[in-house]
Design a binder for this molecule. Structure first.
Ligand code: F6P
Length: 332
């Protein structure tokens, strides 16, 4: 089928760099002769026909802006077979022949269903969590890391002044990528991630932190910073338990949605530009149900079904490196 009109939407949690990706998809799509249509509020908007025609000037002044100008949503109705069929029908009525979906795993499951039902789709990975198994990088991750790093540096100042223990919870859903990199970048004493620590009883986690605080005190440390991934959670409860066991004043800080906003870093803008172009190239080549990925540092693509079946996990080396560097003692 000849593709004349391409829709683009953002879905799931927003991520810095999504706007840069929209800009790239639209401008490069137009240059390849496609008519470009924006779908507002993700799959929710697709079901409701919330479309806007886009030209080159529609995406002016976007590249540096956080969030997504197309807005985003999580739609329960879309996830049903009836919802998918309706979405395809609404898209066809508007003359949309193919769709570029910028989002995470959940968004790609939707894209997969749409392709199965006759609407060609291409996925672009956009999430701060970097938890999409088939790609080494997802748009928004670098910006979120930098935001979290700056926030932790600030908490560290006050923790040192007050000689406190600070538990700082970062986002990441069920993954610990943000937590480990932020812990390494801020010189945190310890990191807790769901992949390694979620199953551990709370008392055991507390004991580990308490032992570590004692090691730190023995070498004259003035603070104790623990980065906790949200998939481990419970930082307030842990803080109370630690303070009770050690007598060291302990505070919990949940960074929350601050990590999702802000102007994208250069890395996110560049990757967004490249991935947007690749998505359009794939459609021009008549491909569908593909996800744009970074593999061995290079731009590539993969079947969405295969991509969704893959698994990746955090680096054991980096996880251990956090504690080793903090203590100056190497556990292999
Ligand atoms: O997937 C991005 C993310 O920010 C996760 O890190 C977090 O678990 C989730 O979205 C929060 O979602 P919401 O915006 O619905 O609170």
């Amino acid at each position: 089928m000849e593709i004349k009109t391409v829709g683009v939407l953002t879905s799931g949690g927003d991520a810095p760099g999504m706007n840069a990706a929209i800009r790239s998809v639209v401008r490069y799509g137009l240059s390849r002769g496609f008519k470009m249509v924006g779908v507002e509020r993700g799959y929710h908007g697709l079901l409701r026909g919330e479309f806007l025609d886009l030209d080159a000037s529609s995406v002016c002044d976007l590249i540096q802006r956080g969030g997504t100008v197309l807005q985003t949503a999580r739609s329960k109705q879309f996830a049903t077979p009836e919802g998918i069929a309706q979405a395809v029908e609404v898209a066809k009525e508007k003359g949309i022949d193919a769709l570029v979906v910028i989002g995470g795993d959940g968004s790609f499951r939707g894209a997969q269903k749409l392709s199965e039902n006759g609407l060609p789709t291409i996925g672009i990975p956009g999430t701060i969590d970097n938890d999409i198994s088939c790609t080494e990088y997802t748009i928004g991750y670098d910006t979120a890391l930098n935001t979290a790093m700056e926030a932790v540096d600030k908490v560290r100042d006050t923790a040192t002044s007050h000689q406190r223990c600070s538990l700082i919870e970062v986002m990441g859903r069920n993954a610990g990528y943000i937590a480990i990199e932020v812990a390494l970048a801020t010189g945190a004493e310890m990191v807790l991630v769901p992949e390694k620590d979620r199953a551990c009883p709370r008392v055991e986690l507390v004991n580990r932190i308490v032992d570590d605080i004692k090691i730190g005190q023995a070498v004259g440390k003035k603070h104790h910073i623990v980065i906790i991934a949200e998939g481990v959670g419970g930082s307030q409860e842990l803080a109370e338990m630690i303070e009770e066991c050690t007598g060291v004043e302990t505070r919990a800080t949940v960074l929350g949605h601050i990590q999702r906003g802000g102007s994208p870093t250069i890395h996110d803008r560049v990757v967004a530009a490249q991935m947007g172009m690749k998505a359009i190239d794939l459609l021009s080549e008549g491909k569908s149900n593909r996800v744009v990925i970074i593999k061995n540092g290079q731009l590539s693509d993969m079947d969405i079904n295969e991509g969704l079946a893959m698994q990746k996990t955090v680096s054991d080396f980096d996880y251990r490196l956090v504690g080793n560097l903090s203590r100056g003692m190497w556990n292999s």
